[in-house]
Ligand binder design. Structure first.
Ligand SMILES: Cc1cc2nc3c(=O)[nH]c(=O)nc-3n(C[C@H](O)[C@H](O)[C@H](O)COP(=O)(O)OP(=O)(O)OC[C@H]3O[C@@H](n4cnc5c(N)ncnc54)[C@H](O)[C@@H]3O)c2cc1C
Length: 474
């Protein structure tokens, strides 16, 4: 039996920004009976679809193939009859083809999202929007200026890449991640500045695609803030594959040379490359669009201040996604948007619990995490036990010559409740879900250990680590 939500036709909802924070919310609001307009200045799907998630993961699909091909020789794959060839060396990547595929996939997905919204009855207005008070959005669009009055406004504005004034991107050699997809050839030597998630993903991917890569990291190790063992493992893998990592070093400036770029480091050295990619964070798109005047409070970093049901400080104005600075993930943006609309339109709502969010870093191997991290547990002074199993001990991993990776769980020592987990493995993004279920539903390590896993399978290691954590009662 399905229960129909009573329509609330009188509610006019205007959503500023058509990324995952905005378009998912539009669908929910429409389903709840509202009259919905989405205002978007670029394309539906937002940065997530046009420049960030979809393009980067499509590029990484090719990089992943190259990484797998490298292992072919270990698995006994040969080309030709007698020549024991290095399989990877038989292949090269045509970046113009890869990038054409990336662009066409992103454009098609953006068009799909637009037609889905329109099919369901959501109005889409292309143009630059701003607030004129908390209940009016003014749009400068192709057909002139339009005023949209609303009972509920959702800000889903996203962010743009941070740029340094001493290294202004030119879109050819000095690049942000949004400018990578017009490259026709693999950079000879790509300098990647920034070793957070974005920097690490692109450094790994371009290295696998055939570029020489230097990764400039301002911290002791790459991926600061991530599980320390996972970050150490990835840095080790990067170095062992031949990537140069400049640790505890900042890039102060970058300029074009006759045939490439020169990047000045904080110790005064200048390193030369063919291209430089800056992945040094993002700036929320909250400036100059009437937010403060409408009573929407911003944090010091310029993000929109929200509570756990996505309300801002202005009545009737909600915010979702990266512009709130809660967690820069498409899945979180979408959840915040859905929660905002459910709350605004009087549907049942549960506040966002960021503790349950699963996240993945698409390096090779991938790093997937969920629940409490070890750092959070230590900072909270929480009681916990932990166990780790290297991937190299897993039978399936042995068969597939997977050497680098592990499964790690954190659990309460007495109750055995699973508090969090880390998986470092190829396709860890696909393996983390059982741990997400355990964390979300407060399952115990025994619940996990007593469930059947396939033999042989990588997920077998999840059950085995859970078994290692069986609470010992005196
Ligand atoms: C390289 C990279 C890779 C990533 N990979 C992943 C990943 O694999 N998985 C994941 O979960 N997350 C990933 N992310 C994060 C993810 O992209 C963001 O969390 C997500 O895009 C946030 O969605 P959003 O709706 O808040 O913003 P966006 O997707 O940025 O959308 C905001 C939209 O608002 C529009 N807009 C802004 N201001 C106005 C205005 N005044 N008028 C009209 N329109 C406006 C913009 O044009 C934009 O289209 C990645 C990020 C980067 C940088």
């Amino acid at each position: 039996m399905s229960i129909e939500t009573p329509p609330q036709k009188s509610s006019r909802v205007v959503i500023l920004g058509g990324g995952p924070g905005g378009y998912e919310a539009a669908l929910v609001a429409h389903r709840l009976g509202a009259d919905v307009t989405v205002v978007e200045r670029n394309g539906l799907g937002g940065a997530a679809v046009l420049t960030d998630v979809v393009p980067s993961k499509t590029l990484i699909a090719t990089a992943e193939w190259m990484t797998n091909a490298e292992q072919g020789a270990e698995l006994g794959v040969r080309r030709g009859e007698s020549r024991p060839a290095d399989v990877a060396s038989e292949h090269f990547v045509d970046l113009s083809v890869v990038n054409a595929r990336v662009r066409s996939l992103a454009t098609a997905q953006s068009a799909d999202i637009r037609s889905r919204l329109e099919r369901e009855g959501v109005r889409v207005v292309i143009g630059e929007g701003r607030l004129d008070g908390p209940s009016t959005v003014v749009v400068d669009g192709e057909d002139g200026t339009e005023r949209l009055d609303a009972h509920v406004v959702l800000l889903a504005l996203g962010t743009t890449p941070r740029v340094l004034s001493t290294a202004l991107p030119d879109g050819e050699r000095i690049l942000t991640w949004t400018q990578l997809y017009n490259l026709e050839e693999i950079p000879k030597h790509l300098i990647v500045v920034g070793s957070g998630v974005t920097g690490a993903e692109f450094a790994g991917a371009y290295h696998a695609l055939g570029a020489d890569v230097t990764l400039v990291s301002s911290r002791d190790r790459v991926l600061p803030g991530e599980d320390a063992d996972a970050a150490e493992l990835i840095e080790g893998v990067f170095r062992s594959r031949g990537m140069r990592v400049e640790s505890r070093m900042r890039a102060e400036a970058a300029e074009r040379t006759a045939d490439g770029v020169a990047v000045t480091l904080s110790d005064g050295r200048v390193i030369e490359g063919s291209h430089v990619l800056f992945a040094v964070g993002s700036i929320p798109s909250t400036d100059g669009i009437g937010l403060a005047e409408a009573g929407v409070e911003l944090t010091e970093s310029g993000h929109v201040r929200v509570d756990r049901v996505s309300r801002t400080t202005a009545r009737g104005v909600y915010a979702a996604g990266d512009c709130t600075g809660v967690l820069p993930l498409a899945s979180v943006a979408a959840m915040q948007g859905r929660v905002a609309m459910s709350h605004a339109l009087g549907d049942a709502v549960s506040p966002i619990k960021t503790r349950n969010v699963a996240a993945n870093i698409f390096t090779a191997p991938e790093i997937a995490t969920v629940g409490y991290s070890e750092k959070q547990l230590q900072e909270d002074g929480a009681k916990y036990v932990t166990a780790t199993l290297p991937l190299a001990r897993n039978p399936r991993a042995k068969m597939q010559e997977m050497h680098d990776g592990f499964v790690k769980l954190f659990a309460h020592p007495d109750a055995g409740i699973v508090l969090g987990g880390v998986i470092v493995a190829p396709r860890a993004s696909e393996l983390i879900f059982p741990i997400t279920l355990a964390v979300s539903h407060r399952l115990t390590v025994d619940d996990v250990a007593d469930s059947f896993t396939i033999y042989p399978s990588l997920s077998g290691s999840i059950a085995e680590v859970a078994r290692m954590l069986h609470p010992r009662h005196p």
